[in-house]
Design a protein around this ligand. Sequence first.
Ligand SMILES: [Fe+2]
Length: 159
Amino acid sequence: MDRRTFLATSLMGSVVASIGSAAAAAERYFPVKVDQSLFDTINRVKVPGKKTPLEMSHAPAITAPKMVKAGELFVVEVSVGENVHVMGPVHWIEYIELAIGNEPVGRVEFQPRGFMKPKVTFTLALPKDLAPAGVVTLVALQRCNLHGLWESTLDIAVG
Ligand SMILES: [Fe+2]
């Protein structure tokens, strides 16, 4: 084997080994097949009365009073899924966000730890001018590392 052939073979071998080890590492940390279409858009429940298992475990569940008084404290609870989503090093919820319409309220980020639960509480007091029509829309958004962005909304009256 001449020097040129040796170098070309060595280089090719190291490239293949590098790609192989990267793929092995990816499979080690992400052994679950991912549906890439879930990352193309913001996912929402399609038929509220007939949620799929994926929708049940990923659509944010918002709990809030149906009516609040302007300026008074109230609590909004957001949990990821009706069946609380799993949290672990392979599959976890990265964050939960809450907005009032287009107005951001806050964001809670999670570490991929099994003892964490993707359920958070926001305490709000809405000024009257935020709800000129007497209604605001709470918008909850969450991101799952394997199943993409999911959004749910809930209208509440502000008196
Ligand atoms: Fe998920």
